[in-house]
Design a protein around this ligand. Sequence first.
Ligand code: SUG
Length: 453
Amino acid sequence: MTAYEVNFDGLVGPTHNFGGLSFGNVASGAHGQQTSNPREAARQGLRKMKRLHDLGFRQAVLPPHERPDMGLLRQLGFHGNEAQILAQVAREAPHLLTAASSASPMWTANAATVSPSHDTQDGRVHFTPANLNAKLHRAREHQTTARVLRGIFADESRFAHHPALPGVSDFGDEGAANHTRLCATYDQPGVGFFVYGRDAADSRAPLPARFPARQTRQTCEAIARQHGLVPERVVLAQQNPDAVDAGVFHNDVIAVGNQNVLFYHEQAFLETSRTLQSLSEAMQGLGSELLPVCVPEAAVSLQDAVQSYLFNSQLLSRPEGGMLLLVPSECRSNPRVSAYLDELVSGPSPISDVLSMDLRESMKNGGGPACLRLRVVLTAAECEALSARVFLDDDLYRTLEDWIDRHYRDRLNPADLADPQLLRACREALDELSGILGLGAVYPFQQQVESAS
Ligand code: SUG
């Protein structure tokens, strides 16, 4: 049966700001406390979706979450009405207000790990929302993510939803950012390639020295079990700790795969030859051949890879044949990376085209094109079974563009996050959006009506 890769991009939320919240994510640290432009951020993301839709790819959208997260602030001991809570947290612990206001759910590559129905023992598409427990500002995302995914993929005969893994460090889970599915074509079984930063059960395994490794081997094993993946078609690998220390906080900052192609940096993995050997064997078991495209350090240094986000690109199979690499515009402003890309597409590689897009607002928080999307391989029948209006078409694009223009500010400073009017505006926007997308009541404020005054 025909199957497609559908990219579910996160719409950037109205509180998009630069909080400097993600230690180990170089861009987040460098831009903390700058003024953001939520409207431009949302438009940049939407333009990417539209461009891919226009090129013939299947494009869908996931909504932002409710922010500031008043539930988090109450859980942290702030009390009173909402205006009082916002004033108190801004006065006493502004970093907690920033954490509660992050628009980080936009990076839907971290929303969940997804296994297509061709890969699972029960023939359903399996979803595990990521607990994202490495960072306070992301650790509650899975609650709304789970409701949204259950709302969209509602048919239980086709879609299986698991709860997030236990929220302890041994099970740190960052979702699809550390998971790549390799296959010959989307309508055939594939190989689940999981990459972790540390092994919580092996105290002798190497660790990064400077920055934290967010995801564990135990997480990858649990998800593979939970999703009913065939062990011969699962490959696990550890990230190179030196890469983590250079700012590679997720594997998708240093490698991207699509179908049988793996595009990766020479320093991405701890044991590169063993990893490639295992992937090749698993692909051979499916009657396919792995095509590794290694970028040597001599052509693009680890530092240039992190600065330009070359590997946080989307590698897409064009409907008319050939593969397209959608890169952030930073790749074209870095002369060494740009020269490498020109060479790549003029040579014999399976990557035939490069498209560069401006996603600077997201990039300043360490989120490139690949971070902004969750890949879900679906058969034509599964596509038809979705319950919400999430597929992007010209009409939905125009509606969302207008919705952004009416609801988003074009300047936001950290101090603005305490404004109760921002919370009200955010809820009004999301209430309208859940109607546009036909999502039902997925947000906490839609379940309990509270006074913001
Ligand atoms: O988790 N940045 C995100 C970026 C996520 C990128 N996702 C992938 N690589 N798939 C993170 O570090 C920064 C927020 C701030 O500092 O305001 C942030 O959360």
